[in-house]
Ligand binder design. Sequence first.
Ligand code: GAP
Length: 528
Amino acid sequence: MAAEESRETELMQKIVSLCKRRGFVFQSSEIYGGLRSAYDYGPMGVELKRNLMSEWWRFMVHSREDVVGIDASIIMHPEVWKSSGHLANFSDPLVDCKVCGERFRADKAPKLAEGADAPITLADKGRAKAAHEKLQATVPELRRDGTSLLGAKAGPAGYVCSNCGSPFLSEERRFNLMFRTTLGPVDPIGDIVGMVRAAVAEGADDKELRSRVEAAMAASSVYLRPETAQAMFVQFMNVQQSTGIKVPFGIAQMGKSFRNEVTAEHFIFRSCEFEQMECEYFCPPGEGQKYLEYWKEQRMLWWRGLGIDAENLRFRAHDADELAHYSDGCFDVEYKFPWGWDELEGIASRTDYDLKAHAAGSNKKLTYFDPEATDPATGKQGWHYVPHVVEPAAGATRGVLAVLCDAYAEEAGDADGKGARTVLRLHPRLAPIKAAILPLVKRDGMPEIARKIADQFFAAGINAKYDEQHAIGKRYARHDEVGTPYCLTVDTQTLTDDTVTIRHRDDRRQERIKVQEAVDTVQRALRG
Ligand code: GAP
């Protein structure tokens, strides 16, 4: 188990290292020491992420008549988050460990039954000694063995510290995940300082002070959206009326979302700023389960169509106690990441909860009239109803990590290691560079011919790269590592017969094609 774990960690480290070395993903503000859980997509990463998101848009919006797109603002009216329940409920249970100081999510901590042995492991002997001395008075049965403290028992919380295993924990506190900011040019701090002075003079205690500060801030507070979904509910009427689209139909959106995640983990898997690709599919009451099944199938088809190994994808049904109170069914699409199965996308039947909540919050009608349907309540033709919703909600940045993990491969080469390489077997449509145009040497007119070929690719709107730096073998290796599916090499023979070699990334096969066929050949592969 330990060996397997270290192999998985090593694989993640290799992927993270390739991401930096080849310009996929960098730590944000790295020269200033980096910002926790924030990432920048480099020249390769931005292409890969855009390609993935374009594929989603093509599949969800452009290739069907019943889904339309929107691009809403990130900052919405604060009442949106009150109606949606995010202000009251979008929080994680936070706990502090009294031994190592770790702050962690109670719901993600290792579970232990009350009274079970809870061994504590610290980073070094010095820390273990200090913790032992601190706890000895209250837990005399505790004994130290190297970096471990033994003899502690799990308490009634049902979990222990996710870092050191200690059962000595603070009370759980709820921590709202939304990023709060202020809208408008007036800085609320001046007003708050005055208000606090007055409250202190009145003898207000901490609880009272907190609630007054909260109230004063609420007036100017807005939030960065924690999901793209709410705009689709809020704009339901505008979209339906401006397009005349009939239920069942969907509204799709992709873009940035922000969550002040307590446990940012696994590189870009869980970060505070990320991108989502969500669709709210509105259907008549009673048809939620049918469309839940439909979207499950569609969404799995899409992930597989990106070239992800079917063995690494599965559904996980949410248990009844995991379901939100308004949901009557939810499935996660999971990917087998190096650390294990984890969520890529959630597909949920959300009933009519969202439209009803926003109708109540805004005091506006969010209904649909179908003149042809029979109203089940009256038996008459013409039915006014609040549509139900099925929501396929995928992570775009998380999707980038999944396709990187799936595409990453190391090949050993021959007995002497000759021919060993690291290769990203990305689907050609996802690959950042579709074709590398390489003059074999920087003379004899080869660079000029190669540049002309590259221009043909640019004219066709295909992201190709002219590359003359280093020996040809090194250039192939570089392009294998960024997943370029085709390398076209201009060599001596090109000078006489107008042909180039085309090298296929996955099996390194090389064949000769006519220069005039180069763009078509790559274009065909991209369509396939
Ligand atoms: N509107 C429903 C919704 O937002 P979610 O399961 O919270 O549902 C949908 O998010 C998807 O967004 C997840 O399956 C995941 O892929 C992605 N996601 C959520 N939080 C994320 C984070 N902190 N970092 C990266 N991706 C995240």
